[in-house]
Write a protein that binds this ligand. Structure first.
Ligand SMILES: Cc1cc2nc3c(=O)[nH]c(=O)nc-3n(C[C@H](O)[C@H](O)[C@H](O)COP(=O)(O)OP(=O)(O)OC[C@H]3O[C@@H](n4cnc5c(N)ncnc54)[C@H](O)[C@@H]3O)c2cc1C
Length: 511
């Protein structure tokens, strides 16, 4: 075996997943056909849940240095923005940050963790058997074959892995092509934000930095053009004049592209040793700025599970839980972007509907529901059936402020930076401390809550997964907390008695 995992595609999702795997001690390689990270940014927004998971890996602070914080998001560019500041999160805002910068930060993080990134390397085919996967590739040294135990297709919308795994990509083709341009608009005051909806089309203009604007145009006259037909500056200019009423002195065009409302989802995220994440698994109209965010959340869900399978501790069901947990959320993403696209229409009925929805969003509860959805703060997974019931089971963990036994204050997100599970004992330990000795992937913390957190008041002990979701929480009213905690740890992290030998074997490369 050359690697434990080969990731095909080194966009944001591939970089994130590679870092996750390397953090867990897995030997991982990325094959990326591009020589450098792309200077062109499709995505410009990083949403609250993504900022939370990046905080759990120490990456958020690096991004904050480079981005601009915005207190709001939007749904279908309705007049009422989504107020994210009401979200119960230490990251209750959007970070405006070009994808190119995000990719550089993630790439550096992955490299620092020891990921091997092979650039100008294109995967040509994948072939799996009982023990592993052969990846045929072409790189600077010519063609060759690499072998790994697993392959993940983080190779974007046209995913080779998805095609070779024969996974259907269900949905519909684009019915409308929109235009994107990054350029200077000297006719606008610096840092202006502009949008306009008329019968001639829809235009949004927002500043990327002091000199460059992102121009997004839905121009009915150009909506039937093929995605592959190159855009000319004259086309951009005339669409801009048609929809915005002026070209604002359009100059220094840095990038132009077409994007559409094709909406498709992989019907499975796994085919034995092959997995899919990010745009390889779903495409949609980029309304609300969610695609990359969701892909990064998928990487966070898959990384530790795949590492567990490779290291030998993962219970049988864990790897399949990636699809069970994530597919419903990508379906939800497709539905919400289809709904948003439907609202991007200037016919009288839709304009009336937009006005009604804009008014509705002024209601705090309506704002909260929509803000939770677009920011992905509503993401939760099915509760663990075998654990005693608790409202927190399967939910995302907010950042908890903890007072450790030595009196020091610590954030739960900081503790998660090791990539281990966190067994958080908020009542004095009922299990003997050497009980967890075999679990290298478990961090046991005795602490008390230094600040209140919703639904945590009765928690005796909780197991927080490496991706920041709560596997289970045991209440102080539980009659046998020690037994329930032991059972819960064994169910999620394997049985320590077999692990003591088993982990050693896996690490020695025998397994
Ligand atoms: C106009 C627009 C605006 C957007 N805005 C936002 C936003 O604000 N927020 C947001 O969250 N999302 C946004 N998105 C979506 C976002 O850009 C994508 O969801 C994101 O890039 C997906 O990341 P990925 O890593 O899955 O795939 P990609 O970024 O497509 O990366 C895939 C990589 O795989 C490589 N590759 C492909 N095939 C092979 C092969 N055979 N061998 C080797 N390498 C290969 C490619 O070169 C590429 O680098 C937007 C999209 C568009 C079109």
């Amino acid at each position: 075996m050359d690697y434990d995992v080969i990731l095909i595609g080194g966009g944001p999702v591939g970089m994130m997943l590679a870092g996750e795997l390397a953090l867990a001690g897995v030997k991982v390689c990325i094959l990326e056909r591009l020589k450098n990270t792309t200077p062109f940014s499709r995505a410009l927004t990083v949403h609250p849940r993504t900022l939370e998971i990046l905080d759990m890996r120490g990456i958020k602070s690096k991004l904050l240095e480079q981005g601009r914080r915005l207190p709001a998001g939007h749904f279908a560019s309705l007049d009422t923005p989504l107020n994210f500041s009401v979200l119960d999160s230490s990251s209750n805002y959007t970070l405006f940050l070009p994808q190119s910068e995000m990719e550089k930060v993630l790439e550096q993080w992955a490299l620092d963790l020891g990921v091997e990134i092979r650039r100008e390397a294109e995967a040509l085919s994948v072939h799996q058997d009982e023990e592993g996967v052969d990846v045929r590739m072409s790189g600077p040294q010519g063609e060759g074959t690499l072998r790994s135990r697993y392959v993940v297709g983080t190779d974007g919308a046209k995913s080779l892995v998805r095609k070779q795994a024969d996974i259907p990509f269900e949905g519909h083709n684009a019915t409308f092509m929109a235009i994107l341009g990054d350029a200077s608009l000297p006719g606008l005051p610096p840092m202006s934000v502009k949008s306009r909806m008329t019968e001639q089309g829809i235009v949004s203009i927002l500043p990327i930095d002091a000199t460059t604007y992102r121009i997004l145009i839905l121009d009915p006259e150009r909506s039937a053009v093929s995605k592959d037909e190159p855009i000319t500056i004259e086309e951009l200019r005339s669409s801009l004049i048609r929809t915005a009423g002026s070209d604002f002195g359009l100059t220094e065009v840095k990038w132009m592209s077409r994007f559409g409302n094709a909406t498709r989802q992989a019907s499975r995220l796994r085919e034995r040793r092959l997995f899919l994440a990010g745009d390889a698994a779903h495409i949609h109209f980029p309304a609300g700025g969610q695609g990359m965010n969701v892909g990064l959340q998928e990487a966070m869900n898959l990384g530790w599970k795949l590492a567990g399978a490779i290291k030998g501790w993962a219970p049988e069901w864990l790897l399949d839980s990636y699809q069970a947990e994530r597919l419903p959320w990508s379906t939800a993403l497709l539905k919400n972007t289809e709904a948003q696209f439907t609202l991007l229409d200037t016919s009288p009925g839709v304009m009336e509907l937009r006005a009604i929805l804009s008014k509705l969003l002024l209601e705090p509860e309506a704002n909260y529901q929509m803000a939770e959805q677009v920011s992905a703060m509503n993401v939760h997974y099915a509760p663990d059936d075998s654990a005693p019931s608790h409202i927190l089971n399967g939910k995302r963990s907010p950042e908890l402020m903890l007072r450790l036994k030595n009196g020091r204050l610590a954030s739960s997100y900081e503790l998660l930076r090791t990539g281990q599970f966190l067994l958080l004992q908020l009542s004095s330990g009922v299990n003997s401390s050497d009980e967890w000795d075999g679990y290298e992937h478990l961090q046991v913390i005795e602490a008390s809550l230094a600040a209140k957190a919703a639904n945590w008041h009765d928690v005796h002990t909780a197991l927080i997964r490496p991706d920041g979701h709560i596997a289970w929480a045991v209440s102080v009213s539980e009659s046998d907390p020690a037994g329930k905690i032991r059972d819960g740890v064994v169910r999620w992290l394997g049985d320590w008695r077999s692990l003591k030998g088993g982990l050693g074997r896996a690490q020695a490369g025998i397994k």
